[in-house]
Design a protein around this ligand. Structure first.
Ligand code: WTA
Length: 663
């Protein structure tokens, strides 16, 4: 973290300031008054935000924090998330409004789905799932490409009170199997395949493998696999499990009466990487999550549902997609764009062509995408009419000032403000962000806590640091969309987030942060063994376990090294087994490639190391802990830092000599 703080120290001397545009201020959803109101009465503020939704039964208590860290919000209230995202817009006379402009990767493969159509399809899917025996509290795994059916399946689960767990379609069959087993999902929703860079790529084969693995542990767990036909590619078919979506959902009734569920009824589990190898199942519940995602979506982006065209360019398989493609936007009756493909298929102007064609007014994406577009050159977006864009968002990792300014100038015509939103899978929704009608933005700073959110930067003892100082980011008060626990593991929940500052009762986010001279917040990245690659969380230990599971690898250490485009990149150091070395296996390119592919098979392509260095030793402390900090120095081609706590201080010389050969 040290070198990072130094960079950030220079960054936060950033002098550029962007006052909010006058036209935005004049009609802004949120003003300074909102901050003041929330500061005066935090729970009253969230209560008002909750009134934007439709409830069966009103709550009788806003927050129950009697048994921290287990929060209950809107106690006694009942609602249906699917009804709030779909039916109520139809009942309000907006059935003809487009909910989703879906754009497939193959050009001209598009669908516009109105709220009325969405209601029909979600109802059909709910009826089909219900016919498969899915009921309240059951778990359903969703392993899909970016197609409307992914959102429809989620909303169908929510409608039934079933708990969905969406597994990113880029994950391996092993990753899918372990998640299905961990949350005991009885049904898996998938598709034959999806399109990736111009070619169909299979998903069903990975599901078949996962189902076989799951069956070894629990033969009766998975009872059905519901398969959307997307690419038309050949698939293996198991008559006792597999059901086509177009048969089961297509043939179901469009009538389905949603039931009201308790505000604390589980809505979904989203697995995310932690500091150990085993992914954590983050549990979100219905009321608080929907209140915060819908309210933040409306406030952060200054959303006008009647006129805006909103686009979150992320995958539904991540929390950003859950909160800001599905639940937030749909609860607000938004017209959204949903795009299946990559930014350069079939050409590098694809995003901008979409903005122009659909008149996108709000764009939300990750800094890694922005840096990639910068690298490709301003000429590409300049060919398109982007004048409809009025608010821009950034999420997933710190946005460097250069990328921020380029985004604002080139994509936002020098006037669309950039909302740098800090939050996490665990927080459910935005926590620290500028707001379009209020904030004087500083490139690179996420600025201030959202109204009704209490964030602080503290030192190791939990004491707030002064302006101009750095420390650890904590959240000091519970918030509506906070995770409620880790699936099946209350102890790990307490240990991971609440033990570091147990005396103060603070939530420890795992991020370093700094307050600048004005008290504004700058996020400095993770302080634990979690990497951030293209805005995706990866655990160093998880990738290490994958490497060590290869028969030729004896030991492995993984670090996230700074990368110009992806923020961080996975760099691995491996010690080969004697047997591999005796077999004449040097650090050959073939072997490196084999190990990279092995990680891809075990976890998924996103985890594939950029670089693998074969080394004779790893730097360890006397207690045997790998000093990743030193490896990071090597991976980033820096002078190696302090080695005095190493058990053997000569190890680093061996590593530096060795590492040059196998990169
Ligand atoms: C990082 C994604 C700096 C941070 C929504 C956090 C950010 C982790 C920002 C959560 C931001 C996210 N500035 N860092 N605006 N947004 N992060 O769970 O390290 O995939 O802890 O949630 O991403 O990643 P997750």
């Amino acid at each position: 973290m040290n070198d990072k703080s130094e960079t950030l120290a220079s960054l936060s001397h950033e002098e550029r300031r962007y006052a909010p545009q006058e036209d935005l201020v004049a009609q802004a959803n949120v003003t300074q008054q909102t901050y003041d109101d929330a500061a005066a009465d935090r729970l009253g503020f969230w209560e008002k935000a909750a009134e934007r939704l439709e409830w069966g039964q009103r709550w009788d208590r806003v927050l129950d924090w009697d048994d921290p860290p287990f929060a209950k919000w809107f106690v006694g209230g009942t609602l249906n998330a699917s009804y709030n995202c779909v039916d109520r817009h139809v009942e309000a006379g907006n059935g003809d409004r487009v909910a989703i402009h879906w754009i497939g990767e193959p050009e001209d493969d598009t669908r516009d789905i109105t709220y009325a159509q969405l209601k029909d399809e979600v109802s059909q899917a709910a009826n089909a799932l219900s016919d498969m025996g899915v009921g309240t509290g059951d778990r359903v795994a969703i392993y899909m490409p970016m197609i409307p059916e992914t959102a429809i399946a989620m909303l169908a689960c929510a409608r039934l009170g079933a708990i969905h767990t969406v597994v990113f379609g880029g994950f391996s069959s092993d990753a899918l199997a372990s998640r299905v087993l961990d949350c005991e999902a009885k049904v898996i929703v998938t598709s034959d395949g999806g399109y990736r860079r111009g070619a169909p790529s299979g998903l069903k084969p990975a599901v078949d493998e996962a189902v076989a693995k799951v069956a070894q542990e629990d033969a009766d767990l998975v009872t059905n696999v519901l398969v959307v036909q997307r690419t038309g590619q050949d698939v293996e078919w198991n008559d006792s499990l597999d059901v086509w979506w177009h048969d089961a959902v297509g043939g179901a009734s469009t009538e389905h009466t949603p039931e009201q569920f308790d505000a604390e009824h589980p809505l979904f589990v989203m697995y995310t990487s932690g500091t150990t190898g085993k992914p954590k199942g983050i549990l979100h519940t219905t009321g608080g999550y929907l209140v915060q995602t819908s309210y933040t979506h409306w406030a952060t982006f200054d959303l006008k549902p009647e006129t805006d065209v909103f686009w979150t360019a992320a995958d539904i398989g991540w929390i950003t997609g859950h909160s800001y493609i599905v639940y937030g936007p749909l609860a607000n009756g938004t017209t959204s764009v949903m795009y299946e493909g990559t930014p350069d298929t079939p050409h590098k102007g694809r995003w901008w062509e979409i903005v122009q064609k659909y008149g996108v007014t709000i764009l939300y994406c990750a800094p890694t995408a922005i840096r990639t577009f910068m690298k490709w050159g301003s000429e590409i977006p300049e060919e398109y009419d982007l004048s409809t864009l009025r608010v821009l968002g950034s999420v997933g990792e710190p946005i460097n000032p250069e990328a921020y300014v380029w985004y604002r100038d080139t994509i936002g015509a020098g006037k669309a403000p950039v909302m740098d939103t800090w939050w996490q899978t665990e927080t459910g929704g935005h926590m620290i962000t500028p707001l379009p009608g209020v904030t004087h933005g500083k490139p690179g700073s996420a600025m201030t806590a959202f109204p009704g959110i209490s964030a602080e930067v503290v030192d190791d003892e939990g004491t707030p640091v002064g302006d101009g100082e750095g420390g650890l980011l904590v959240i000091t008060e519970p918030w509506p969309a906070m995770l409620r626990t880790l699936w099946g593991d209350d102890e790990r929940f307490k240990e991971t987030y609440w033990s570091r500052f147990a005396d103060q009762g603070y939530y420890f986010a795992g991020d370093g942060a700094k307050k600048d001279e004005d008290g504004d917040l700058w996020l400095l990245g993770r302080v634990d063994d979690v990497m951030n690659v293209s805005g995706h969380r990866m655990s160093t230990t998880e990738i290490e376990s994958a490497l060590v599971s290869h028969p030729k690898v004896a030991e492995a250490a993984v670090v996230g090294a700074a990368d110009e485009t992806t923020g961080q990149a996975v760099c691995a150091f491996v010690i080969l087994r004697e047997s591999a070395l005796q077999g004449g296996e040097e650090a050959s390119d073939d072997l490196i490639q084999e190990l990279r592919m092995h990680v891809q098979k075990e976890i998924g392509a996103i985890a594939k190391p950029r670089q693998i260095m074969v080394v004779p030793e790893l730097p360890k402390t006397r207690s045997g802990k790998i000093m990743r900090r030193l490896l990071k120095d090597v991976a980033e081609n820096r002078e190696v830092g302090d080695v005095t706590t190493l058990a053997d201080s000569t190890v680093m010389d061996l590593i530096k000599d060795g590492s040059s050969s196998g990169g």
